[in-house]
Design a protein around this ligand. Structure first.
Ligand SMILES: Cc1ncc(COP(=O)(O)O)c(C=O)c1O
Length: 379
């Protein structure tokens, strides 16, 4: 390709996206009039909690602004160990490993466990980080229809590979529905497969005191059940986790390239996450509150109550979804939308999130606005 054709190629790509209503744009959410946030993933309202912010500041003061090296060089700090022990104890897993993001946690676990002699069975609605992880692992992948346990069973029964991994989210990020975790864990145990369950949208929200879906179903003690999680949603911070038996942690430290070749989690993020954990531990009602708010919001909108904090409203197309987001913003409400290619089934959706710190007045106002702008809502 000649240099002169490169700008033309970029312009053609941009024009194609624009024509289909699929252009992605970055907007600064801290500018302009403050909006009622039903778009972000700060489910428990902890990102701006004074105790959590103080945890970040204190950690930066003690450990510095960055971890300064990868974990295996000199970037493992005592605050990482403290965070890992505390998160394992909270969720009921035997051990944890912290990553710089949830994305890295997902890349790492699949890349480290899957090889060319592994079948990866992946739910159709799995997060893109897991999809990228499969590509990185170069494993054989079978994509099964969403939440279809029988399809997973068929895929595992027909496998020719020596080992198998099953990838799910415990609460799905786009649809907001829950996986059938017990059935899938039992199936994996029966088929000599490992279940890798992404708790990104369940940790802090689902299970007793926010301990997650796997804890809720008594699955955290099984050696063939592994969880991944992010600290960037309910915990209001940044970072990722893999939770499992110590042998899994040790394997990751030795084999997971996105862990080995990445600088350790920033101390401020670790400090914030630890502070958020302390808040969650002493305020178990936060998880109940966010679920109650989600149920009220869903009820007011005329859709089914979600498994966690995420509500999903199908829209006729991407332009309608964008128009609803803009109208909501004009009326004081920030909502999100997912458009292809970010939706696994190609359907554009409004994505709303409930937060534990929303008042009943705020939720009622949100429902009133949504009834006006979203076709199908409130029917
Ligand atoms: C289901 C799921 N897994 C993983 C991630 C990645 O987490 P992080 O933002 O910490 O990289 C996300 C975040 O968007 C997610 O929704």
């Amino acid at each position: 390709m000649s240099n002169s054709s490169f700008p033309a190629w970029l312009a053609a790509q941009a024009a194609q996206r624009e024509e289909r209503g699929l252009t992605r744009r970055l907007t600064e959410s801290d500018r302009g009039e403050p909006l009622l946030d039903l778009a972000g993933n700060d489910y428990l309202g902890l990102a701006r909690d004074a105790r959590v912010v103080a945890g970040a500041i204190a950690a930066a003061q003690v450990y510095g602004a960055g971890a300064t090296a990868s974990r295996l060089v000199s970037g493992t700090l005592s605050i990482h160990t403290e965070l890992e022990h505390a998160m394992a104890a909270f969720t009921g897993f035997a051990s944890a490993l912290a990553f710089s993001t949830g994305y890295h946690a997902n890349l790492s676990i699949v890349q480290a466990l899957a090889d060319r002699d592994t079948l990866v069975v992946s739910d159709a609605h799995i997060h893109p980080s897991m999809i990228d992880a499969c590509r990185l692992a170069r494993a054989d992948v079978t994509v099964t229809p969403h939440n279809d346990v029988a399809a997973v069973e068929r895929a595992l029964a027909g496998r020719t590979q020596r080992r198998a991994l099953v990838l799910i989210e415990t609460i799905y990020s786009v649809l907001g529905d829950a996986a059938r975790v017990t059935a899938l864990a039992d199936l994996c145990a029966a088929c000599d497969a490992v279940l890798v369950a992404d708790e990104a949208h369940a940790l802090g929200v689902a299970g007793p005191g926010g301990r997650g879906m796997l804890a809720a179903h008594g699955l955290t003690g099984r050696p063939d059940v592994i969880a991944t999680a992010t600290l960037s949603k309910s915990f209001g911070a940044q970072g990722g986790l893999v939770l499992g038996v110590p042998a899994v942690r040790e394997h990751l430290v030795n084999r997971a390239r996105p862990f080995i070749y990445d600088t350790g989690l920033a101390p401020a993020a670790a400090g914030a996450a630890l502070a958020a954990l302390r808040v969650i531990e002493v305020t178990p009602e936060l998880a109940c509150r966010v679920r109650a708010n989600a149920a009220i919001l869903a009820g007011a909108c005329g859709i089914d109550a979600p498994a966690g904090a995420v509500l999903s409203v199908p829209m006729p197309g991407p332009r309608e979804a964008l128009a609803s987001v803009a109208t909501a913003a004009e009326q004081g409400l920030r909502i999100g939308c997912f458009r292809p290619p970010s939706t696994p089934d190609g359907i554009s959706r409004l994505r709303l999130t409930a937060h534990a710190d929303h008042t009943s007045e705020e939720i009622a106002l949100a429902a009133k606005i949504l009834r006006r702008i979203a076709p199908g809502v409130g029917q």
